[in-house]
Design a protein around this ligand. Structure first.
Ligand code: OXD
Ligand code: MN
Length: 618
């Protein structure tokens, strides 16, 4: 999208110089920044160098404005609490748009807008939207600087809170900027909270702690690889490197260039025999992905190391295998439910240098959220800044409250996170939160069946996005809100990648930690015990573990899943793998209805997979 200069407004002080660092000579880049500054009319422009001094300067400023609440340095050094506006607490999927030239290219699972019309509307919204504020130029690299799978981007934003988060979540600063020469591709991303401090006539208003706008637009222009986000300062709406770039624009780039941008964690597992395995796993938002990425195995001799918790970029290597990097440099984790019992590694990761958003504040100046400790504090200040006691009858932390923390603080971080070339994947896992039907673990019969498993992932809705919690929603490849193009074409791309990799392709699995008995209790203990399933997968990669063929895939044969030391009733194990033909037939009907949405773009292979499943069920 090109921005013609807006008419200058005389009474308003606006930045008159870009103040670019001398080494920036890329004219297209400078023109873009100048055009956006002319449109949004910020008072100042700040080029983020990514230094520690800059971090201190920004945090000092935000503390003095009451935006950052410093936590007790003895309990949580160099850490802050931020409270967002109660109306700006999650990704806004109904305000998220894919603006491809043709509507069919966005597909039935995305909101679509005509790019020219959207461009006009955005121009109106962004016009003067940064008046009275600083526009920060945030250069960043996704993945190791200069790595073969890495990509560069620049976010322009009027939110210093977004800048701080971007510094944690990406390799941000002049090192990334210096890599952009006249020929380097980079993704432009424009972000404004849509809350100017000065009106058109030059009248100034006071700032608020969490500026935002009730009108929100999170727009992606895949063909020109641009991102425009307006009105929200929260998470994936504002940290444009994450869902917007790494997944929506990234998935489209991958489809054109022969790689994959996925909503997956990456884990390294080492067996007692010292053999290393790498797995990537896709789970819908807030399904315990961070817990799995930081799993503490309960089975003796196995070691798990974290490479990523949310996003994986996958590219075939020279040897034909699929290599994965985590393009991010931090965790933006869901706080509630994270505790010493459920995820001790995360608890140790967030010892300090952490930004907490929308959690509760303790009387000692530390943070708290539901599930952090068994003992509930007698008094807190809740996420809205109000007094709270256990009988207040409301949650102390927002269910989508978050911690932003550098990945390098993770005690289980693998050295391979630093690896530019990525790690070779042995297995890909699809999961969801399903009370019924989906077995604890099943191996796909082949790549095509694995793509079918991924395409049919569904999960009970959580709080990461707006919507009704608990409702079942289809979330193919856990990419429903994140696929930047027609989902049917995305499936075809996955099928093509499989054909290209042939026998070098990783094996594919489906898992479900959340199956319940008829009384509504979980059948599987989950958390560290999930290492038993991972062990079985690794053994399968080596061709060692025995299987039983079920209509829905290959599951562990009797005795092949390591249950040593685990107290679990044989009847629970049976229920975890039970396939009820009537329920599965109903599931197939739902899948057929879902697939029908994609019309003629649905790959024939997936129709054939559904037919084959129906046949196996009878
Ligand atoms: C996330 C999400 O924040 O998936 O990672 O919503
Ligand atoms: Mn996610």
């Amino acid at each position: 999208m090109t921005i013609a200069p807006a008419a200058p407004v005389s009474k308003v002080p606006i930045a008159t110089s870009l103040g670019e660092p001398p080494f920036v000579t890329n004219r297209a880049l400078l023109k873009w920044i100048s055009d956006i500054a002319t449109l949004t009319q910020p008072e100042r422009i700040h080029w983020c160098d990514g230094s520690q001094e800059e971090w201190y300067e920004l945090t000092r400023e935000l503390i003095s404005q009451g935006v950052l609440i410093p936590l007790n340095p003895e309990l949580r050094p160099d850490s802050f609490l931020v409270r967002s506006d109660p109306d700006d607490v999650a990704r806004v999927e109904d305000r998220t748009f894919i603006c491809s030239r043709k509507k069919e290219d966005a597909g039935p699972t995305n909101n679509w807008r005509n790019p020219d019309e959207m461009n006009d509307e955005l121009r109106g919204l962004f016009s003067g939207s940064m008046r009275g504020r600083t526009m920060y130029v945030v250069p960043f690299s996704m993945g190791p600087l200069g790595g073969p799978i890495s990509q560069l981007g620049i976010q322009l934003t009027d939110s210093p809170y977004a800048v701080l988060n971007m510094r944690i979540m990406t390799r941000m600063g002049f090192d990334a900027l210096a890599l952009i020469d006249d020929t380097t591709p980079w993704v432009p991303a424009v972000h404004s909270v849509g809350s100017p401090l000065v009106d058109e006539s030059g009248n100034r208003t006071d700032d608020v702690v969490w500026p935002s706008n009730s009108t929100k637009y999170i727009c992606h222009f895949p063909e020109s690889r641009e991102i425009w986000s307006y009105g929200s300062g929260y998470g994936g709406n504002a940290l444009l490197s994450k869902k917007c770039f790494s997944l929506r624009i990234g998935s489209f780039m991958g489809s054109q260039e022969g790689w994959l941008a996925e909503h997956m964690l990456i884990l390294k597992l080492t067996s007692p025999e010292n053999k290393a395995y790498h797995v990537a796993a896709a789970f819908p938002s807030a399904c315990g992905k961070t817990n799995l990425a930081m799993i503490t195995p309960t089975i003796p001799g196995w070691k798990a190391e974290t490479i990523g918790d949310d996003i994986a970029w996958l590219r075939p290597g020279k040897d034909g295998r699929l290599y994965a990097i985590n393009p991010e440099a931090g965790f933006f984790g869901v706080a509630p439910g994270t505790g010493e019992k459920t995820n001790p590694v995360a608890m140790h990761t967030i010892w300090g240098n952490t930004i907490f958003t929308n959690v509760a504040l303790t009387d000692e100046g530390d943070v708290w959220w539901e599930g952090m400790t068994e003992q509930v504090p007698a008094h807190l200040v809740d996420w809205r800044g109000e007094d709270w006691t256990p009988d207040s009858g409301r949650l102390a932390a927002h269910p989508n409250s978050r911690f932003t923390v550098p990945i390098q603080q993770c005690p289980t971080l693998s050295d391979e996170w630093f690896e530019s070339d990525g790690v070779p994947l042995d297995a890909i896992i699809f999961g969801g939160r399903r009370a019924t039907n989906i077995p604890l673990v099943a191996e796909a019969l082949d790549w095509e069946h694995g793509v079918f498993m991924g395409a049919t992932v569904s999960s009970e809705q959580t709080a990461a996005a707006e919507g009704t919690v608990g409702e079942l929603r289809r979330d193919p490849f856990a990419m429903l809100p994140f696929c930047g193009y027609n989902m049917a074409d995305y499936w075809q791309h996955w099928l093509d990648m499989g054909t290209k990799m042939g026998a070098n392709a990783p094996k594919i699995y489906q898992v479900n930690w959340f199956r319940k008995d008829d009384k509504g209790s979980f059948l599987w203990p989950g958390f560290g015990e999930n290492s038993r399933v991972l062990e079985w997968i690794c053994r399968r990669v080596d061709g060692d573990a025995a299987v039983t063929d079920l209509p829905v895939g290959r599951v562990p044969a009797e005795g092949s899943l390591n249950l040593e030391g685990l107290e679990i009733a044989p009847s629970s194990m049976e229920q975890l793998f039970a396939v009820d033909p009537a329920m599965w037939s109903a599931e197939c009907d739902l899948t057929e209805g879902f697939f029908d949405k994609f019309g003629s773009r649905l790959p024939k292979v997936l129709t054939a997979q559904l037919q084959a499943l129906r046949k196996r069920l009878t």
